[in-house]
Design a protein around this ligand. Structure first.
Ligand code: BEZ
Length: 258
C-alpha cells in the first residue's frame, strides 16, 4: 500500500465507542508478564492504552502503529514528559525495525490488518532477541464469519475487498517456525463481542469497514450499511444487543537463536 492510499482512522469514534478493543486485550497482559527494565514492543498500539498498561510494570515500551492519526493520539494521551517509559513510533508491521532487538513483542487485535503475514512475522522475528517472547492475539480463521457473509450477500466480493487476513493455527505455526520461533501455545477460540447500542453494527462498519463501501455516494453508503445490518441481524442481534462473532487466535512463541 502506498502512503497516499493509507486508510485514515476516525480516532475520536475509536476512543468513544470501541474501547472493548483494548479492554478485551487486557487479558493478554498477564500472559506477557512484563518485567521492570525489559524493552517491549506493542505492535499495532492504536492510541496507546495497552502500551501504557504494559509500561506500568516498569518496562520500557515502544508502541508502533501504521496510522499517523493513532500515533498522534497516543502521543497526546501519553506525553513523554509524563510517561518516560513510553514512546510511540510510526511504522509498518511488515518492515519496522527496532535496534537493539526487544525482550518481547506484544500485539493485540492488530495483526489481522496485515495482508502480508510472512513479511510481518519476518519483521517481528528480527525485532525480538533470542530467548525473547512473542505474545499476540488477532482475529483467527472464521473471525466475523456472519458479518463477512452478509457483506458478501449485499455488496458481493467481500473476501477480495477485505482488508483483513484471519489465519488458522496451522498457517501461523508454520510461519512462526519458519522464522526462528518455538511455538509454545496457539489457541483459536470464539469471543463473542458486544458493541454498544441499536446502531452498534452500523457504527462498527463505519469504524472498520469503510473499504467495502468505497466510491459510493454517502446516501448509498448509509443504505448499504443498513442492508448489511438487516441481513445479519437474525444471527447477531439478541435481547436488544449486537454481539459480534469475533474469533481470536492467541499465540505465545519464543524466539530461538537462528
Ligand atoms: C477484530 O478485532 O477481530 C476485528 C476488528 C475490526 C475489523 C475486523 C476484525
Amino acid at each position: 500500500m502506498t502512503p497516499t492510499s493509507k486508510p485514515r482512522w476516525d480516532v475520536e469514534r475509536y476512543e468513544a465507542s470501541h474501547s472493548y478493543v483494548w479492554k478485551f486485550g487486557e487479558d493478554l497482559l498477564s500472559v506477557l508478564a512484563a518485567q521492570p527494565g525489559e524493552r517491549i514492543i506493542d505492535l499495532g498500539c492504536g492510541s496507546g492504552q495497552l502500551s501504557a498498561k504494559i509500561a506500568e510494570s516498569g518496562a520500557h515500551v515502544i508502541g508502533i502503529d501504521y496510522s499517523t492519526d493513532m500515533v498522534a493520539q497516543a502521543r497526546i494521551n501519553y506525553p513523554s514528559s509524563k510517561h518516560p517509559h513510553l514512546e510511540f513510533r510510526l511504522a509498518d508491521a511488515t518492515s519496522f525495525a527496532v535496534d537493539p532487538p526487544a525482550d518481547a513483542l506484544f500485539s493485540n487485535a492488530a495483526l489481522h490488518w496485515v495482508k502480508d503475514q510472512p513479511a510481518a512475522i519476518a519483521a517481528i522475528s528480527r525485532a525480538i532477541k533470542p530467548g525473547g517472547r512473542f505474545v499476540a492475539e488477532l482475529g483467527g480463521r472464521g473471525n466475523i464469519g456472519a458479518i463477512m457473509e452478509s457483506l458478501g450477500a449485499i455488496l458481493g466480493g467481500a473476501e477480495e475487498k477485505s482488508p483483513w487476513h484471519f489465519p488458522s493455527i496451522s498457517e501461523y505455526a508454520a510461519l512462526l517456525e519458519a522464522n526462528g520461533f518455538l511455538l509454545r501455545s496457539a489457541v483459536l477460540f470464539d469471543r463473542p463481542t458486544p458493541v454498544e447500542g441499536t446502531a452498534g453494527l452500523d457504527d462498527w462498519l463505519q469504524m472498520f469497514g469503510g473499504v467495502f463501501f468505497q466510491g459510493m455516494p454517502e446516501p448509498e453508503k448509509d443504505s448499504r450499511r443498513r442492508a448489511v445490518a438487516d441481513h445479519v441481524r437474525p444471527r447477531l442481534y439478541r435481547d436488544d444487543k449486537w454481539i459480534l462473532d469475533y474469533r481470536r487466535l492467541r499465540v505465545v512463541a519464543e524466539r530461538v537463536a537462528s
